[in-house]
Write a protein that binds this ligand. Structure first.
Ligand code: HEC
Length: 188
């Protein structure tokens, strides 16, 4: 009984104290503030994603390529005995699975406007050091299924990419897979 009375008194004291300190107006302010805080967090979480920008030195049309369809299910390891695009690789294309593989079976050739991007991290390095691109532009090069080839490299994670080779130097090997539209990596 004694305990209960003491508790009751404590509650009363706290209530009195609170009423004394926080007038109704102050209370309103507190409530408004917490509402504002809530709105801010909500707004922040519904902000659209930051615009995707290409890695430094790369053309804009490959910005965000890592979000594109990935052809290989597992990273492609460096080829034993010499690798033309030395490193651990992923190959992306700006097409959907439905477009290039209707009914689950990949169809060739790739549609006009296709862009195939291969990124490679050099052995022992944890950043992308090589970007090889194939772009299909109607009429650009009928002898090679209208693919345009170009390759970029860099030697530091924050460095700009620069062109190392393009065109003719790429055809030799890729012509070996002419029957699947010059693209070695097939959709897994
Ligand atoms: C010595 C042979 C060889 C040469 C030369 C070569 N490639 Fe490749 N390329 C390959 C092979 C093999 C692959 C398959 C993936 C892998 O193992 O790296 C490939 C993959 C690619 C891919 C990913 C799509 C695909 O075919 O799988 C692109 C893009 C590419 N090469 C661009 C280029 C460009 C651009 C050049 C010229 C600067 C070039 N390649 C020169 C052999 C070659």
């Amino acid at each position: 009984m004694k305990m209960r009375t003491r508790n009751l008194l404590a509650v009363l004291a706290i209530t009195l104290l609170f009423t004394a300190c926080a007038s109704e107006k102050q209370l309103e302010e507190i409530i408004q503030q917490s509402n504002e805080e809530e709105t801010t967090t909500l707004e922040e979480s519904t902000q659209p994603d930051e615009p995707v920008v290409a890695l430094p030195g790369l053309p804009d049309d490959v910005a965000g390529y890592t979000q594109w369809l990935k052809l290989n299910a597992e990273p492609i390891p460096p080829a034993p005995g010499g690798d033309p695009h030395n490193g651990t690789k992923n190959v992306h294309v700006n097409q959907t699975r439905d477009t290039i593989a209707p009914n689950g079976i990949q169809q060739f050739p790739y549609p006009d406007g296709s862009i195939v991007v291969k990124e490679a991290s050099r052995p022992g390095k944890d950043y992308v050091g090589l970007i090889a691109i194939m772009r299909k532009k109607a009429g650009a090069d009928p002898d090679h299924n209208d693919w345009q080839f170009i390759e970029y490299v860099r030697n530091a994670p924050d460095a700009e990419f620069s062109v190392i080779a393009e065109g003719r130097s790429c055809w030799g090997c890729h012509a070996g897979v002419k029957d699947i539209d010059y693209v070695f990596t097939e959709l897994d």
